[in-house]
Design a protein around this ligand. Structure first.
Ligand code: FAD
Length: 296
């Protein structure tokens, strides 16, 4: 089923997982993760695509497994920065064979270590990737795109980033998933301004429960999201207490989610970091809020 069809009937709860980084190709650890997440009855689970397509085959296998083994809709991420049109076409064909109908179409991050020759890119932006997939596979996939509450790092300003977002939606993104943020006000600003320029598709909020100070700093640097004073103070105070850090991360994410639901968010997308127990702790702590939101 297309995620856009689910979103017509309800606000969604979804999870993101990433393929294991082992060289052996063993997927048993991620399949255990998915088993744990499936018990939480999400509307869909998305599977990332390693930088430069490094986890290509695994992404297809995992997304297909989610759908076939649990009957849960899956979304395969697909990036075009290091892929030719032919690569994209092949990946789409594999997804069709694997029964996956949903793609989060992304440009992907510029490789940092190596020299990157942009002129080699056959598809420059996510919007071009959308156009290409829809041209090659008409009416086959439900496409979605990424959005950035605190502005994408390469964009000149918020307004330019918003224009690019509109182009991505006009090229076929049927819903959007946000980058991580720790201050809900950035998300509310994005939704408000997006609606003003005619972006009407559902916008799902990306929430990442922070488990330690290292991961908080890494996420903030990688994703360009700011750390609110209140969160940084709590993290500094409990720096040496891993279990307290975990409690703070779960509580902070839970509070963000309750606030988002209260403010009518279209969906919550949890970056699970392959830890089902953390997602469980969050959702187990707000059963009544979820029930009122049509998620039991
Ligand atoms: P685009 O939408 O193409 O935008 C990239 C930049 O170009 C932006 O600054 C934008 O403002 C600008 N731009 C876009 N169109 C135009 C235009 N027509 N003219 C001028 N400027 C334009 N990365 C991975 O490698 N694998 C993943 O699985 C993955 N999953 C992600 C999931 C989510 C929910 C999010 C938010 C990000 C994910 N990323 C992933 C990271 C993503 O690939 C990077 O943030 C990347 O730098 C941008 O991708 P994009 O699709 O948003 O790019």
């Amino acid at each position: 089923m297309r995620i856009s069809e689910i979103l017509k009937t309800k606000s969604t709860i979804s999870f993101e997982v990433f393929p294991p980084k082992n060289k052996s190709g063993d997927l048993s650890s991620i399949y255990n993760t998915i088993k744990g997440l499936a018990e939480l009855n999400p509307d869909f689970i998305s599977v990332t695509y390693g930088a430069g397509g490094s986890t290509k085959g695994k992404t297809v296998d995992i997304a297909s497994h989610i759908k076939k083994e649990y009957g849960i809709e899956s979304v395969a991420h697909l990036t075009c920065i290091s892929s030719s049109k032919e690569d994209v076409k092949n990946m789409c064909e594999e997804l069709i064979q694997g029964g996956v109908e949903n793609i989060l179409a992304l440009r992907g991050d510029r490789p940092v270590e190596e020299e990157f020759d942009e002129s080699q890119m056959e598809l420059k932006y996510a919007s071009e990737l959308n156009d290409y997939i829809n041209e090659q596979f008409p009416n086959t996939f439900c496409l979605s795109g990424a959005c950035y509450p605190e502005v994408h790092s390469e964009a000149e300003c918020f307004e330019e980033d918003l224009k690019a977002l509109k182009a991505k939606v006009d090229a076929g993104a049927e819903y959007l998933v946000s980058q991580v943020f720790f201050d809900n006000n950035y998300f509310y600003r994005l939704v408000k301004e997006a609606r003003k320029i005619g972006i009407t598709v559902p916008i799902l909020a990306g929430i990442m429960p922070i488990m330690n100070s290292k991961s908080l700093l890494r996420t903030s640097k990688m994703c360009g999201c700011s750390i609110p004073y209140q969160l940084s103070t709590m993290i500094e105070s409990y720096y040496h207490y891993p279990s307290a850090m975990k409690e703070i991360g779960i509580n902070y994410a839970t509070n963000q989610i309750v606030d988002l639901i209260t403010n009518g968010v279209d969906g919550i997308h949890v970056y699970t970091m392959n830890k089902p127990e953390i997602a469980k702790a969050i959702f187990d702590s707000i059963p009544t809020v979820l029930k009122e939101w049509n998620h039991e």
